[in-house]
Design a protein around this ligand. Structure first.
Ligand SMILES: Nc1ncnc2c1ncn2[C@@H]1O[C@H](COP(=O)(O)OP(=O)(O)OP(=O)(O)O)[C@@H](O)[C@H]1O
Length: 229
């Protein structure tokens, strides 16, 4: 059990607060506040270049930001990746070195590969293969599954569905839904039709601000130019 497990309810709360990022003259993120609780799937949507990846990198601690605060149950944790068992992060690019076999990558991450791939028979026959030998979509799926099954309190996923075929997107989404009882998930992916039904909370990054969408989510996505009007 993680040392962050302090609430009576057992719920852990990850907060990113006051995140402001400027590149040159352009303010990409302005005073962002975002919260993810264990047991929740939180969706982060936004147009290309709105700052979703930068925000995930900042929460993970891979991008140093002077006055950014990331807290767990009220305690500041910067950089968050240093806290054992707290969170993992699937970047947009490949995470697992291509020379590692799927089975070895799972071992290094402390994941039971049989459990992680139980619902994906095609992957089960490829456990001895190096990740670099898998197709692009299969490699993406494998990495998302390994991080999903890793026993961290939170997972940050940047485009986990990218390149994954629809039948596996559906099963991966079901796995996310099932495993959220163990962790909190923050997901950004442009496959909004798959993401929206999964989410307990949806945020939209728009012109540097983070908007929490409630009510007519699709209508608001249209109003802010994320979906066609
Ligand atoms: N190191 C950097 N220097 C300058 N600008 C940067 C740097 N890193 C990111 N940016 C800019 O920050 C903005 C946000 O980038 P980011 O990759 O977070 O967007 P995104 O919302 O994830 O986009 P996409 O949906 O295309 O993946 C972009 O305009 C990008 O060009």
């Amino acid at each position: 059990m993680s040392k962050f497990h302090v609430n009576q309810s057992g719920v852990q709360v990850l907060e990113a607060d006051g995140i402001r990022i400027v590149f040159g003259q352009r303010q990409v993120l302005a005073s962002i506040y975002l919260q993810v609780q264990t047991g929740q799937i939180v969706g982060l949507l936004g147009r290309n270049g709105s700052g979703k990846s930068v925000l995930l990198q900042t929460i993970f601690g891979a991008r140093a930001v002077a006055d950014a605060s990331v807290r767990v149950n009220g305690r500041r944790v910067v950089p968050a990746f240093r806290e054992p068992g707290l969170l993992n992060y699937l970047p947009q690019e490949a995470l697992v070195p291509p020379s590692l076999s799927l089975a070895k990558a799972a071992r290094l991450l402390g994941v039971d590969v049989d459990q992680a791939t139980a619902r994906f028979p095609e992957l089960r026959s490829q456990l001895g293969k190096r990740v670099g030998e898998l197709s692009g979509g299969s490699a993406r799926l494998v990495q998302a599954l390994l991080l999903l099954h890793q026993p961290t309190a939170f997972s940050l996923f940047d485009e986990p569905f990218s390149g994954v075929m629809p039948v596996h997107v559906e099963t991966l989404a079901e796995e996310m839904q099932r495993l959220k009882s163990r962790k909190g998930l923050l997901i950004t992916d442009h496959r909004y039709a798959e993401v929206l039904p999964l989410c307990d909370v949806v945020y939209l990054l728009h012109q540097g601000r983070l908007l929490k969408l409630e009510g007519d989510v699709r209508g608001q996505l249209r109003d802010h130019g994320y979906l066609a009007a």
